[in-house]
Design a protein around this ligand. Structure first.
Ligand code: PXG
Length: 464
């Protein structure tokens, strides 16, 4: 067989991909027929494909390349660590310098008494850890009945059995016998789609109070924890009303349950603070991290744990861990990534420059006839597509508009994702104001072309 390299023609690469590579969250046969786009290189916020197109990556890979592509420092950090110590475990009373240094750095960056880190290889693994840790915590506290974890519909917490059960994606629960026992879901704070006649603030409080009602119905002595993303990412960048998080915090404090903030997307500058828990004034017991921790240059995740929980868990043996918990190369790259974010003041760039610029420009898309709301928080932004802005109406054929819009964005060399009929972006944090303007121009072109396609196909009808 010829060596597979980017010297092969695109069609040959696509044929081999279709024959042997099973893609996540993809209808394989359909993709095989059409051929996957082959990405070969990247720099800053720009991807290059095998046909030589330059594509603006409005999604930072998969919400993770915070520091941007092409950073030599991260390649160097990986190579240095591979030469010194490519692998060692942290299980049997051993440790190593990259894991020590990264845990200490995360304790310094994370707010309040979040001073301890349990490492994992991904966000899914970290949330598996959180399920076991929260349940084990209460068992060690003499309350073994506190086992239920409350989560939300349309949440995303990962794709493994436990983490997908925490998630509230109906399509995922429909495959493979999910959810696992002991997970209960409440409704999401998505005002645009579900707020009806309520004001956003009334609605935010009402949705938060579902947590209190659910704790009461289950019994406080059966509930271990509540888990949520500060801003839902994969659910469509749902930015909660300002009233939501203060009410959730009050309820968690009042009812003696753990609060787990899943910051896999929100962490490491995405919202203009190191952690979204800081921007929303949330005081979690456990914070899930992954993605931006190493800007996607290495697979790594973890749970940042408060003193009180770490003390209880550490009082005995916690029978849990992964071969790659605290992988030295991943830790070394994460540390170097955090150094770049800090020294180049990337979080301040988001807060003071990029996010305000995006907020203004993105809000301007709300004048487009297809756009029902255009919202952002930091460098997370979304559009609700609608056939009828005034009524906040969904399309009669849900998802078609979003899919067309994603394809039109791709055709304009912009990666913009769709979640049903919401369009979302989360660009690298190093994006410049000029690049944001370019992103908006391409998004607007995609919206215009989508509108024309929907009209031509008779798809502008609202759901009855
Ligand atoms: N929590 C959150 C909040 C996430 O967004 C995970 C946990 C799981 O992380 P890992 O590293 O196991 O993938 C995520 C991941 C999408 C999409 O389509 C989003 C994610 C993953 C895959 C696809 O938006 N988020």
């Amino acid at each position: 067989m010829t060596a597979v390299s980017d010297n092969l023609p695109t069609a040959a690469l696509q044929r081999l991909d279709a024959a042997h590579h099973m893609h996540p969250f993809t209808a394989g046969a359909e993709l095989a027929a059409r051929g996957a786009r082959v990405i070969t290189r990247a720099d800053g916020v720009w991807l290059t494909d095998s046909e030589g197109n330059r594509i603006l990556d409005g999604m930072a890979g998969l919400w993770c390349v915070n520091v941007g592509y092409g950073r030599e420092e991260l390649a160097e950090a990986a190579a240095r660590q591979m030469r010194a110590l490519p692998y060692y475990n942290t299980f049997f009373q051993t440790t190593h310098v990259p894991a020590i240094a990264l845990a200490a750095k995360l304790a310094e960056l994370a707010p309040d008494d979040l001073n301890h880190v349990f490492f994992a290889g991904s966000g899914s693994e970290a949330n598996e850890t959180n399920i076991r840790m929260a349940r084990h915590y209460w068992a060690r506290k003499g309350k073994p009945g506190k086992q239920i974890i409350i989560s939300r519909r349309n949440a995303y917490h990962g794709s493994s059995m436990g983490s997908a059960s925490l998630g509230g994606m109906a399509g995922m629960h429909a495959q493979g016998g999910l959810p696992i026992p002991g997970i209960v879901h409440i409704d999401q704070p998505n005002w645009w789609a579900e707020g009806g006649e309520m004001s956003p603030e009334e609605f935010g409080r009402a949705r938060a109070r579902q947590l209190e009602e659910t704790i009461a119905a289950l019994g406080e002595d059966r509930v271990a924890a509540f888990i949520a993303e500060p801003v839902q990412g994969a659910g469509g960048v749902i930015i909660p009303p300002e009233s939501y998080w203060p009410e959730i915090q009050r309820i968690c404090d009042a009812h003696d349950i753990l609060l787990i903030a899943d910051e896999v997307i929100c962490g490491f500058g995405r919202t203009g603070e190191w952690f979204a828990s800081q921007s929303y004034r949330i005081r979690p017991h456990i914070v899930t991290v992954a993605k931006g921790l190493a800007s996607g240059y290495q697979p790594i995740g973890g749970s940042i744990v408060c003193d009180a929980v770490a003390e209880v868990i550490g009082g005995g043996e916690f029978n849990h861990g992964y071969t790659y918990s605290g992988h030295p190369v991943a830790c070394a790259v994460a540390l170097e990534n955090l150094r770049l974010l800090e020294e180049e003041r990337v979080v301040e760039h988001v807060r003071d420059t990029a996010a305000p610029h995006l907020a203004r420009a993105w809000a301007g898309l709300a004048d487009h006839p297809l756009v029902g709301e255009a919202v952002s928080r930091g460098l997370l932004a979304s559009l609700a597509l609608t056939p009828d802005k005034g009524a906040r109406a969904p399309f009669a054929e849900p998802g078609a508009a979003g899919l067309i819009c994603r394809e039109r964005a791709f055709a304009n060399n912009l990666v913009m994702r769709h979640v049903g009929d919401r369009m979302v972006i989360a660009p690298p944090l190093v994006i410049t104001p000029a690049e944001i303007d370019e992103l908006i121009a391409r998004a607007r072109a995609a919206l215009d072309e989508t509108h024309a396609a929907l009209d031509a196909r008779g798809l502008m009808g609202a759901a009855a």
